[in-house]
Write a protein that binds this ligand. Structure first.
Ligand SMILES: *Cc1c(COP(=O)(O)O)cnc(C)c1O
Length: 353
């Protein structure tokens, strides 16, 4: 079979959630951000594992993602929509009991008109200038909005992966200025904010990447491994080339393995002649260019010819690959392709797919 296997460790996701939960005091609730199909890993399976670990609140980017999460979890857990209440979302928000985080006066008006009494939260902008009400807008509507009892008032940090960055303290100060004394639960911290310490935790934290083994939660357990089947192994002589654009020229006789996966599976062209494949703990340098469906690696030094080579695993994580490609672990995860056979590993629910 020439299909690569992506293994997702649900126990590791649950353990990472618990570890992040324990970093704040027990009065602070820990939610889980599962936007973009749980960072590409499959929301249905991931949210069930998280609910089993104790998560009761989930955040998604858009209402459609919320529908999928509701279907996986059933009634009960709160599902918040970060993009708020968009035109056309009303029925879904109502029928699936989603909680929109309202980002503008327009959204507040739409929500309170269409679904009076339906739960909502408010997102404030504290300097990132991406989503949320500006300070002046909030000041104009705060009294009226607070009378309608929002479930949460939240904001988002722009630089929380850089603990020393002055933006963190500036946003914290602004968040206090906008929300002190409102008597509503507050949330400011994603993964990076949790690691900044208790000043940033408020009543609810919202980790995403830290659940999935990515920076800045470097103490987290790795979650994904990706094993690529070897289709063919050939000997090449000194001076022969490998792949498109003759991207590699052998300086001496080499043994080249061709594996089944490529940039169409989210493995960046930038890994060409740069990243490693792994035979257990032995690195095998990728040689030549990544193709759409194929990768070539130098296996001259292996004692036994491998059946598979790994590109993600204990020896090379999502952030290692991100560094090679000049990107971030979030992008490596969310671009993982749809051709992989996905295996969900868990001691609790072994064997289910
Ligand atoms: C994506 C996101 C999160 C989660 O961020 P991580 O860095 O993945 O922990 C939390 N809050 C908001 C508003 C987000 O957009």
């Amino acid at each position: 079979m020439a299909t690569a296997t992506l293994t997702i460790d649900l126990d590791a996701i649950a353990a990472n959630w618990r570890a992040l939960d324990q970093m704040s005091n027990p009065a602070t609730q820990t939610a889980a951000v599962v936007k973009a199909d749980a960072y590409g890993l499959g929301a249905r399976r991931v949210v069930r594992a998280l609910a089993e670990a104790g998560a009761r609140r989930f955040f998604v980017a858009v209402a459609e993602e919320g529908a999928a999460v509701r279907q996986a979890l059933g009634p009960g857990p709160q599902i918040s929509v970060l993009s708020g209440h968009m035109a056309g979302d009303t029925e879904m928000i109502h029928d699936l009991d989603l909680t929109p985080m309202l980002n503008s006066v327009e959204q507040i008006t739409r929500h309170l008109d269409a679904l009076p009494g339906h739960p909502f939260g408010i997102q404030l902008d504290t300097g990132m200038n991406r989503l949320g009400l500006e300070a002046t807008e909030w000041e104009a509507v705060a009294v009226a909005v607070l009378e309608r009892r929002p479930e949460l008032v939240m904001s988002h940090l722009a630089c929380s992966d850089a603990p020393g960055h002055a933006m963190n303290a500036a946003q914290l100060t602004e968040f206090h200025a906008l929300t002190d004394g409102i008597g509503v639960p507050r949330s400011l911290a994603a993964t990076g904010g949790i690691l900044l310490g208790p000043d940033y935790h408020f009543e609810l934290t919202r980790p995403g990447i830290g659940l999935f083994g990515g920076r800045p939660h470097t103490e987290g357990r790795p979650v994904v491994s990706l094993s690529l089947p070897v289709i063919q192994i050939r000997e090449i002589a000194a001076g022969e080339v490998v792949g498109y654009s003759c991207g590699y020229t052998a300086g001496e006789p080499r043994l080249i393995a061709t594996v089944a996966a490529g940039y169409a599976d989210g493995l960046s062209l930038r890994y060409s002649n740069a990243a490693m494949l792994w035979d257990g703990e032995t690195p095998c340098p990728i040689v030549g260019r990544i193709s759409m469906d194929l990768i070539t690696a130098d296996v001259s030094h292996l004692r036994d010819l491998p059946q598979t080579l790994d590109i993600l695993g204990p020896m090379q994580g999502v952030d290692d690959l991100a560094d090679v490609a000049g990107t971030i672990g979030y992008e490596v995860l969310t671009t993982l392709g749809h051709r992989y056979g996905r295996r969900y590993a868990s001691t609790a629910i072994r064997g289910q797919t």
